[in-house]
Design a protein. Structure first.
Length: 163
């Protein structure tokens, strides 16, 4: 995976961490780390990208805390154009399966507190749309990752395997 894509992904995870009211937890950081482990094999490089993620999050948190003229606390980090730009860059370089994995990790990230805020839902929907992932697929992915809700996925979207 290219450096520019990993950089964009760290931006995207940082945006999602900033949208979360309580910020990033150890579990959230571990989700980012496990994603990096999938593509990187050197501990130093993984730590470098985790540090980059934390720097982006700190930057977005500071930016969020400064009210902007005429728009209050609405800033570039929460701007849909910013998220769309990041996602478009990612979409150009990742195939559909890789985009789905990114989306699943983002959903896992926002679900780690077992609650999806309206703003988190809007952002994950924007990511799915930019990645060309249908709304029904997004809803099924959320149901699949939420505790004890996977049985709500319609049968036509599930595969049952018996041992």
């Amino acid at each position: 995976m290219s450096e520019s894509i990993l950089n964009a992904l760290m931006h995207l995870f940082a945006v999602f961490a900033t949208v979360r009211i309580e910020g990033i937890s150890d579990t959230g950081r571990n989700i980012v780390q496990s994603y990096l482990l999938r593509y990187l094999n050197k501990k130093e490089v993984i730590e470098e990208y985790l540090h980059l993620f934390e720097n982006y999050q700190d930057f977005y948190q500071r930016d969020l805390a400064i009210p902007q003229e005429d728009i209050g606390f609405q800033t570039a980090v929460l701007d849909t154009e910013n998220v769309t730009r990041i996602c478009t860059q990612i979409r150009k370089e990742l195939n559909r399966n890789e985009r789905i994995i990114v989306l699943l990790r983002l959903i896992e990230f926002i679900l780690e507190d077992k609650f999806v805020s309206e703003l988190e839902r809007e952002f994950v929907t924007l990511v799915a749309e930019t990645f060309s992932i249908a709304g029904v697929e997004l809803n099924n992915a959320i149901l699949f990752l939420e505790e004890e809700k996977d049985e709500q996925i319609p049968d036509e979207y599930t595969i049952y395997i018996q041992a």
